[in-house]
Design a protein around this ligand. Structure first.
Ligand code: HXC
Length: 257
């Protein structure tokens, strides 16, 4: 690929994206964001790809937004550039994606992991929102997504003290879907990604869309949204195929339509 800060590899139907700024523990600068926006848009548009895994290194998923890039910025520059606003393009990805976190996921690193549909953590993972130690706050959705994931008490304590949360606590608190040993970590994540990539593609998008609706809509609206989308899938070939395959005791052969 022609990217500088990320590595992109298609493994079957799974796109593996590796943050690659080891000299800065994968700190997220404007170049990383620019490249990820392209990578995620290309993934969404690629009919051969059905799950994406975003990962970092053994030591760090990402140690935050790039402090050296932000250090000298003023309000007008941040506001006019809508600094970090581009991440909304990443979170508008329609197909499923997983954050695979080993090592540090701090500040913006944790925030990007929380943008994923879910997080799988290695037992070495450490999450934190240490922005308060820099005189600021989370700026990529962390205060909102952390509070939704772990509740007010832990979100407040994490953001006000800047302390780190280890993988076991993250799992207990509902921040991550599961924790796996660092040894063989990515292979385990790839198994989950391949399982998702093997599902009916439209059903994957619909499941994702309706779970996200739970965080954006009142319950009665969300339930109606779910039911309509569920009804809608009965207009797809894959619904006929999936239910026929069950009755015939064979795996489904998906068309994505
Ligand atoms: C820029 C970073 C960086 C970052 C690490 N580096 N984190 N550069 N931005 N967020 C750089 C270091 O400067 C250093 O480069 C190299 O990566 C290795 O880091 P060390 O600190 O030497 O490693 P270590 O001693 O192992 O400590 C690891 C660490 C520490 C605990 C993760 O690096 C750390 O605390 N990083 C900052 C974490 C943080 O505050 N993140 C939140 C950022 S603000 P050199 O060239 O010196 O060797 C944010 C919120 C954005 O994300 C929204 C609000 C603005």
């Amino acid at each position: 690929t022609d990217y500088n800060s990320v590595l992109v590899e298609k493994r079957g139907a799974v796109t593996l994206v590796t943050l690659n700024r080891p000299q800065a523990l994968n700190a997220l600068n404007s170049e990383v964001l620019r490249e990820l926006i392209e990578v995620f848009a290309a993934y969404d548009a690629d009919d051969s790809q059905h799950c994406l895994v975003l990962t970092g290194s053994e030591k760090a998923f990402a140690a935050g937004a790039d402090i050296k890039e932000m250090q000298s910025q003023g309000f007008a520059e941040m506001y006019s550039a809508n600094f970090f606003g581009g991440w909304e393009q990443v979170t508008s990805t329609r197909k499923p994606w997983i954050a695979a976190v080993a090592g540090y996921a701090l500040g913006g690193g944790s925030e990007v992991a929380m943008m994923a549909d879910f997080i799988i953590a290695a037992d070495t993972a450490k999450f934190g929102q240490p922005e308060i130690k820099l005189g600021v706050t989370p700026g990529m959705g962390g205060s909102q997504r952390l509070a939704l994931a772990v509740g007010k008490a832990k979100a407040m304590e994490m953001c006000l003290t800047g302390r780190m949360m280890d993988a076991a606590e993250a799992e207990r608190s509902g921040l991550v879907a599961k924790v796996v040993p660092a040894e063989g970590f990515l292979d385990e994540v790839m198994k989950t990604a391949e399982a998702i990539a093997g599902m009916a593609p439209l059903a994957a998008i619909a499941n994702k869309e309706m779970i996200n609706a739970a965080f954006e809509m009142p319950l009665n609206q969300g339930i109606r949204f779910e039911r309509r989308l569920f009804h809608g899938l009965f207009g797809t070939e894959d619904q006929k195929e999936g239910m026929t395959a069950f009755v015939e005791k064979r795996p489904g052969n998906w068309k994505g339509r």
